[in-house]
Ligand binder design. Structure first.
Ligand SMILES: Nc1ncnc2c1ncn2[C@@H]1O[C@H](COP(=O)(O)OP(=O)(O)OP(=O)(O)O)[C@@H](O)[C@H]1O
Length: 204
């Protein structure tokens, strides 16, 4: 469903990678690995269509993501390494706003349920600026609880999470894969995620 052929990435003066390819089908997980600066985030940005490759092509359901545009974006959920939450808004407001921006329907009850699942019950109405780093990360990750778009692209999703939250997130990603979803993620910590197939791609 997601395929990349012969990708080349140049940032500034440096060629980060060339001739890179992969194939990912329903229920499969792709881990991107590599040292700091190897180009993992750059590759994720290519996959979501924000960074055009110097050469090569990425296809979703057989069609180039450059021509599938809106159809591709409707199937995509991207979580960056920054939390992309508004500090002045509460967790509940942030979650509802994120759903609205993504053109998704999310009821207040579902949002409250998601926040409870990420351990933020009792903090729903507190401005995010008063939350800890890990709690802010949990607000961002709460989006995934009700997320049913098939392709998840996650940049360092486990950063700042405690052991219990790492387990919780691994379970959420496993559930997505078991429903036939796909996930691409960067990580510096290999976390055990139950998946039909786990692929690893190392950028050097
Ligand atoms: N807009 C840009 N212009 C020039 N160089 C850039 C630009 N964006 C990124 N780079 C460079 O590209 C390289 C790869 O960056 P990238 O963020 O993709 O690495 P990464 O593998 O995700 O690293 P990390 O593990 O530290 O998050 C870095 O050397 C970075 O400085």
């Amino acid at each position: 469903m997601l395929e990349a052929d012969n990708l080349e990435c140049v940032r500034g003066e440096r060629r980060l990678f060339a001739g890179l390819g992969f194939k990912l089908d329903a229920g499969e997980l792709l881990y991107l690995q590599g040292r700091n600066g190897a180009g993992k985030t750059s590759l994720l940005r290519m996959i979501i269509g924000l960074l055009p490759p110097e050469a090569g092509e990425i296809r979703w359901k057989g069609q180039s993501i450059r021509s599938s545009g809106e159809d591709f974006r409707a199937d995509l959920c991207y979580l960056g390494h920054l939390n992309a939450i508004k500090e002045e808004l509460t967790p509940l407001e942030n979650l509802l706003a994120a759903a609205h921006l993504a053109d998704e329907t999310l009821s207040e009850d579902d949002a409250l349920d998601a926040l409870e699942q990420v351990g933020l019950a009792g903090r729903e109405d507190l401005a995010c600026k008063y939350l800890s780093q890990g709690q802010k990360r949990r607000v961002a990750l709460a989006r995934l609880v009700k997320e049913r778009r098939p392709l998840w692209v996650l940049d360092e999703p486990f950063v700042a999470l405690d052991v219990a939250a790492v387990d919780w997130l691994a379970g959420i990603i496993s559930g997505h894969l078991q429903r036939g979803g796909l996930a691409v993620m960067t990580t510096h910590q290999l976390v055990g995620i139950a998946a039909g197939t786990v692929r690893e791609l190392k950028l050097s």
